[in-house]
Structure formats: structure tokens, C-alpha cells
Design a protein around this ligand. Structure first.
Ligand code: SAH
Length: 463
């Protein structure tokens, strides 16, 4: 096919990014926003030898799985990819995504997967679930400040203060900031020139405590007239923390390295289950609290703690999983690369009067191997051991050096929490080649309306 050619096709499959896939005379077309089951008119935008990318021009016969999107910007916005797909279909797609990766990249047998895969845990209400949002600021053609989200694959801002995944107070806060910028003549940052002050705002909302954090990321050190902004923001009930985070670098990294309190405290608190967590602007904290509780409960169940066990929680963030497990374990060790997160983790242990959790700052792939070597040196060659090791790495998965040390320590159980099924499959292949068996796989939908899927896996050591 050629660029700009039109075609009518049936959408028969879903790609990894949620796009529809169909064939025209044997030629494969990837169509963003098309839903599996649609009959649609499409226009070829980019033609390669064996496949091409097409734009959805018109849905001729909608799929039974097609729904009206809740948000007017669902198609353009880079935040949601599959809002036009029914929630049931989204869940089935995610289950299949995990399964497909385990088969293709992990080399696991299909029949065996039938035995170990548990149904995905979805949400009753798959909207308004985010406790955190980061909105970029920019300037429209008329010179007015705008905020919203980036259009897919670009840094063009779609003006929208009413994201369907966020909480209602997001909108109130964004409107206050925009009004303040207009009335005080404060500019939005411009990525191209590196000029302008306001870059992003980070908003966090404690679902249980109703506490609110606002952190403005600025290209400078001060916001002129900030007291006027503070006066408006503090009128919102629940406002707990107003901070700035200076970031003067010309990069895609949103937050600065530090933050400064303008009003209130530098953190908010929230609960997952009965554990109370203190969360500061720069620390990672799970964004979907309803599903996080399900995720951690599943991890806890897989850990199979009876009391007395030694547990490592690698990539522990502010110690959320560590503290969740500490209630049932003998001793928990957490490892995390961000120093502020470890400060939060230690504070969180204290707040909850948990004394059997210890935290280390550093790379998991350095801290654990060093611990292992030191232990052997200090105990005349004896092996450091653990009963359970939990890992919850970022998308790139675990480092090889870490996997090797896990194998050497030979814990009875490994619980792998993953936000990327491809790297999960890769790492499981390594562990299962070294004496571990895949026991259980549970996908959890932490990010409805997007193509992302979280998975919890239980591995057990075969002696
Ligand atoms: N388990 C936590 C955090 C998971 S997110 C929770 O559920 O909240 C992954 C975490 O890994 C982040 O906090 C990130 O800062 C941290 N991280 C990234 N690379 C790391 C590395 N090489 N070693 C240790 N931690 C790392």
C-alpha cells in the first residue's frame, strides 16, 4: 500500500500499544484508536514493505467492545490509549499481554501457564483513580498560560484541567494556578528557549486522609508574589503541603533534585491497609491506592509468611511493601536508590512502630551482592540467606548481577512485582533456568484506560 491510500478493513487484533490491527489484501495495518471488532475506513499514513500505520477516519460498524470515551480528549491525549475499549475488553487484553510475553519472551509453555495464571484483578470504577498527577504548563497562541497533558508522542500541551483519571480537586488547583499566572503576569516555561518560570505542578491527594500536596516545579528559585497563590490554595480544604522544586536544567526530567516548603509541611500522609505512610514530593508512591492494596495483599499472600522469616524488599521506594510485610515477618530489609525515599521509609517504620525493618540506600544490584560477599567474609564463607525476596523494579527490570545474587541466596520464595511484562518474562526466564519454578501469576490493573499492566508473580525454589 501507499501513503494516503484509503482502505476499509476489519480490526482483528490488538497491538501492544492498544492500537487496532487489521489486514488489507494480506498487508498489515496498525490503526491507533481502532477497537478490535470494528469495521473501519482508514488512511495509510506511513507505508513499510510488509506493514503500515493508518489513521482511523470513520468507524463503519462499531465493535461490540467499543464505548463512548468519558473524556473529550481521549484520542489526542497521550495519557489514555484505550478509553474507547470497554473495561471488560481492556482487562482481557491485559491478561493476554502478560500471557503472551511469558510465552514469547519467557519461553513458558502455554499449558503450564493455564495452570499458574490467575484472573486479572480489575477495578469496580475504572476512573478517577489517580492520587498523583503531574501537569505541564505552556503558553497558547494568544499568549495565555495553559495546562493539561501532552498529546501522544509529543510535547504539545492539550489544554484540559479535567482529567478523567484524576481527582476533582486537581481541576480546582490548576484553575487557581492559571488565574494566578494571568493576574501576576507569570510565564510558563518554554522547553525550546529554556525561558519562562512555571514548568509543572505535581498534585498528590491522600485517598484515605484527604490531605493534599501541591509542588510547583520552577525554572528558577522563587515565584514572585507567591503569597497570593498560597492564600488561594490554602482555602482548599485538606491542603497540607505547598512546596517548590527548582529545576533549571533543559531536560525531560520533571522534578528538580530538591524541594523547599512554602507553606505547611513537606509531605502528606496516607494509608494502605492499616499502615500509615508519609510521602514527600520526590518519592515514588503508587498512584492507584485502591489497586495498590490489592497488589500488596497479593504479594503478601504469595510471600506466605508465618512469622520469623527474613525478607528482602528490593526497589522498596518509601518502604510500602516492606512495612506491609514486616507485620508478618521476622526481619525485613529494604533497598532503594533514592535517598529521600529511604528517609521516608525509615520515618514510616517509626510512625507505625515497626522495629523489624531496616533500609539501605543504593542500587539493588550493588547492595545485595555486597551484602552477600561481606557476609561470607565475616562468617568464614557461610552463605547469606533469606526466606523470601521481593523485587519491584522499574520498567527496565532487574539487573543481571542482582538476579545472580538472588540465585546464590536461594530464598524459598521470590515474589516479583512488575510494571512491564516484557522485562518480567526476561527475568523469569533467568530465574527459572536456575532452579526456580513459576507457581503463580496474577495481573493487576493499576492503570485502567491505559495499556499498562502490573503483575505479581510467585516463584518457588526447587531443591
Ligand atoms: N516497591 C515500591 C516502589 C516501586 S517503584 C512501591 O511499591 O511503592 C521502583 C522503585 O525502584 C523506585 O522507587 C525507584 O526509585 C527504585 N529504583 C530504580 N532503580 C533502582 C535500583 N537500581 N536499585 C534500587 N532501587 C531502584
Amino acid at each position: 500500500m501507499q501513503k494516503n491510500e484509503m482502505a476499509v478493513i476489519e480490526i482483528t487484533d490488538i497491538g501492544v500499544n492498544g492500537e487496532g490491527i487489521g489486514k488489507h489484501d494480506g498487508y498489515t495495518l496498525f490503526v491507533k484508536d481502532a477497537v478490535i471488532g470494528d469495521k473501519a475506513e482508514v488512511k495509510v499514513m506511513k507505508a513499510k514493505k510488509n506493514y503500515g500505520y493508518a489513521r482511523l477516519m470513520r468507524v463503519l460498524e462499531p465493535s461490540a467492545d467499543r464505548v463512548e470515551p468519558r473524556c473529550a480528549f481521549a484520542r489526542k491525549c497521550g495519557g489514555c490509549q484505550i478509553q474507547e475499549m470497554s473495561y471488560e475488553r481492556q482487562l482481557a487484553f491485559k491478561e493476554q499481554k502478560v500471557r503472551g510475553n511469558l510465552e514469547r519472551l519467557g519461553g513458558f509453555d502455554g499449558e503450564m501457564l493455564d495452570q499458574v495464571m490467575e484472573p486479572i484483578l480489575g477495578m469496580d470504577n475504572p476512573f478517577g483513580y489517580r492520587n498523583k498527577a503531574q501537569f505541564p504548563f505552556g503558553t497558547d497562541r494568544e499568549g495565555n498560560p495553559v495546562t493539561g497533558f501532552y498529546a501522544g508522542r509529543t510535547h504539545d500541551i492539550i489544554a484540559n484541567t479535567d482529567c478523567a483519571l484524576g481527582v476533582p480537586v486537581d481541576r480546582e488547583i490548576l484553575e487557581i494556578i492559571l488565574d494566578f499566572m494571568k493576574s501576576e503576569g507569570i510565564s510558563a516555561y518554554d522547553e525550546k528557549t529554556g525561558k519562562g518560570l512555571i514548568r509543572h505542578v505535581l498534585i498528590r491527594y491522600g485517598f484515605t486522609t484527604k490531605e493534599i500536596m501541591v509542588c510547583l516545579v520552577i525554572n528558577g528559585r522563587k515565584i514572585p508574589g507567591a503569597e497570593k497563590l498560597i492564600e488561594k490554595l490554602t482555602a482548599i480544604s485538606g491542603m497540607t503541603s505547598i512546596t517548590i522544586s527548582p529545576n533549571t536544567r533543559q531536560t525531560n526530567v520533571i522534578m528538580g533534585d530538591t524541594y523547599e516548603v512554602l507553606w505547611g509541611q513537606g509531605f502528606i500522609t496516607d494509608y494502605i491497609g492499616t499502615v500509615r505512610y508519609q510521602i514527600s514530593p520526590l518519592s515514588f508512591y503508587q498512584v492507584n491506592p485502591v489497586q495498590t492494596e490489592k497488589l500488596y495483599s497479593q504479594a503478601l499472600e504469595y510471600a506466605g509468611l508465618k512469622g520469623g522469616e527474613t525478607v528482602w524488599d528490593l526497589y522498596c521506594g518509601i518502604g510500602t511493601i516492606s512495612l506491609f510485610l514486616a507485620e508478618k515477618a521476622g526481619q525485613v530489609y529494604g533497598v532503594e536508590i533514592v535517598p529521600q525515599a529511604i528517609e521516608d521509609a525509615r520515618k514510616n517504620a517509626r510512625i507505625n512502630r515497626i522495629s523489624n525493618a531496616e533500609f539501605f540506600v543504593g542500587k539493588a544490584e550493588e547492595v545485595l551482592p555486597e551484602y552477600y560477599e561481606d557476609y561470607a567474609r565475616e562468617h568464614s564463607g557461610a552463605r547469606a540467606r533469606a526466606d523470601v525476596i521481593v523485587v519491584d523494579p522499574p520498567r527496565k527490570g532487574c539487573d543481571q548481577a542482582l538476579l545472580e545474587t538472588i540465585v546464590k541466596m536461594a530464598p524459598e520464595r521470590v515474589v516479583y512485582v512488575s510494571c512491564d511484562p516484557a522485562t518480567l518474562a526476561r527475568d523469569l526466564k533467568v530465574l527459572c533456568g536456575e532452579g526456580y519454578a513459576l507457581e503463580k501469576v496474577r495481573p493487576v490493573d493499576m492503570f485502567p484506560q491505559t495499556v499498562h499492566v502490573e503483575t505479581v508473580v510467585l516463584l518457588s525454589y526447587r531443591k
